[in-house]
Design a protein around this ligand. Sequence first.
Ligand SMILES: Nc1ncnc2c1ncn2[C@@H]1O[C@H](COP(=O)(O)OP(=O)(O)O)[C@@H](O)[C@H]1O
Ligand SMILES: [Mg+2]
Length: 770
Amino acid sequence: MALVSAEGLQEAAVTSFVGRRTELGEIRRGLSASRMLTLTGVGGVGKTRLAMRAAWEMRRSFPDGVYWAELASLDDGRLLPQSVATAMAIRDQFTTWTADTLADRLRERRALLVLDNFEHLLDSCAKLVATLLTRCPGLRILGTSREPLRTQGERVLPVLALGVPPDDMRCPAQELRRFEAIRLFEDRAAAAVPHFEVDDRNGPAVARLCRRLDGIPLAVELAAASLRVLSPDDLLRRLDDRFRVLISGNRGSLPRHQTLRASIDWSFALCTEHERALWARMSIFAASCDVAAVEAVCADAALPQGDILTALTGLVDKSIVIRDARETGACYRLLETIRQYGREVLHTAGQEQELRKRHRDWYVKFAEETRRRWFGPAQLDLAQQARLNDANVRAALDFCLAVSDESHQGLRLADAYRDLWRVGGLTSEGRSWFARLLDNDVEPSVPRIRALASASYLALMQNDLATAKGILEESRKLAEDFGQEQSATLYQVCEAVAAMQKHDFSNAIVLLEEFVARHQDSDELDWLASALLNLGICHSVLGDGERAMANWTKMRDLCVHHGETWRRTWALWGLGFAAWREGDWDRAEAFELQCMDAQRVFDDTTCAANCLETMSWIAASTERSEQAAQLAGAAHTLRRDRSGPLSQFPFLTEYQDRTQAQVRQSLGEERYARAFKKGTHLTFDQVTTQLLGEPAARRKSDREGTAEHLLTKREQEVADLVAQGMSNKQIAETLVISQHTAETHVEHILTKLGFTSRSQIAALVAQGKK
Ligand SMILES: Nc1ncnc2c1ncn2[C@@H]1O[C@H](COP(=O)(O)OP(=O)(O)O)[C@@H](O)[C@H]1O
Ligand SMILES: [Mg+2]
């Protein structure tokens, strides 16, 4: 369920887009006449790609953004509202996601939501869509699926294959390019064989090929990739043979899905034995994965680890595996249709279970390793990596639920993932896994003790005292049986938080102090930090600023000592808040600014919103009323769109109310409203940049990295020439290529970088040279 911003939509498409002007117009019109449009059609026909393009082209019509929820890897319809919340960049750690809570949140948004690949979730999707359409008037939904939802208000646009030349057409190559399938073939062929062009010599063969493949984009891509080893004529001959066998008895043509099937079969047959095995095994991944995962999960005696890279490269060359360049390294994935094919092969070979087990083991290891390094300098990278692996972790957890064996793997995985769910705003999802896993595996054990503590921690995050109470009771009992275990006492932090929610702060302090004393030197650093945070809050509520400061300072020092960031931002926020209450404005502001600076990379929306509010109070106390109102406005938007409401922190709302009343009074209603409104248009990043300046170094290298990663060597050459102000014709002459090829290169560069003009390319090149 990759989160794709509007820019991401362009970058995610590493290959160029062909044609579809008519469909794009229909989508635009369809979505203005009705609020839900579903693109239907067989696998591989180009629904997803068309939706991406349409979303990108319509992005300006949606002031609150365009969001992409990839649902192919989601097996459990119950997780749908959470998935959509995540796709819409909401990182609320408190709300339990249902269709209703999601609708509440999206009520005012004028946004486009793309639900990609929902055919296996028709019921849950229909329910969610019905609620969203009724309650969120500004929201439009674009879906892709083999089947429509058939709900009220849904419009359906069947996506047909790309245009192919008619049977008897004999015409020059230039004419053939009028047909979209030909253009797609030519483009993908040029990626396989540099400088490939449709010309008068190969034109007839290419035209017949595209017809043979019914213009189905995926089939065309697979065929074009094999030009690496075959000439167009050879390719045509072989495909013809293959299809003739299939068509006999089928009255001269195949239904579309069979055409695709046949061309996938054919690609499969062209693979080496190792490639076939790898294709089948990689289908076990629910989403993209890195080389290490592929090696660990897919290698065995039949497919030795040393041969995996060769097989993987072969599959990339054949357009079976897609390689995505990411900041964190290359990732590999299969298109859904290709993945399903591999899965069938794996199933037929009787290897599915074994592979699922290896897949599970790998993600348990991944999660535990992440957890081991979590409280340290790699935290930010780990959080980003976790998001790339969510779909795979989900698949692994599903497997744990399906086979209740083997030393509590599911409980271990969930426990290790607790904070990763939380920082990603996936608290709801994490809770639902804990609930099912704890039901599934009830035997008393250390993994269970840990999982219970983590489960109650997440339940309490969402103010669900009732659930927490049951879990805590069991924890208390287990603590007696497992008394000598260090983890047996983790639940005490939760016990204290439960007391805090019942306003029993003195009791909470006793429990927390006992915990801190016991775990002073243990390696339960997350729990220790959490205890210190809560101690700070308790003292603060009880009016003991000095003790609050002392605990938050201890927490910050612990984080700094270990190079940790996330919890440190919470400590900094707390310190700023405590300093503000002590009347030490300068110090308060200094702490909050540090918090902001760290948050702009970490993006914990809850902490960020707290920080903006506290900044607003500091501004109010130092007679910067205008700024105070603006900051409150920015905090309001952040809470509404991406974080949870302030009412989650009852002890803070009082300050917020009091301060805003005071600012209102000093500015007067009208000025206050104006400043507040101005603030509502500012994102957290913008506020941070206003106060702290641009994080210049990082931005520049990001862009450079992007260009280097995404552009081929030839494209980089072309980009250089564009930057020198050359026309396509001049570029063609300089590089001794055809003008058409030069145009294609420029088109690719624009698409890959998400640019719309040559001057943007020039600016990027110039920046890179600095
Ligand atoms: N109009 C197009 N231009 C370029 N490539 C396309 C186009 N339509 C589809 N493709 C490519 O064909 C393949 C299958 O398309 P996809 O959108 O994944 O199909 P679907 O979602 O219908 O299964 C992808 O590799 C995609 O990039
Ligand atoms: Mg698709």
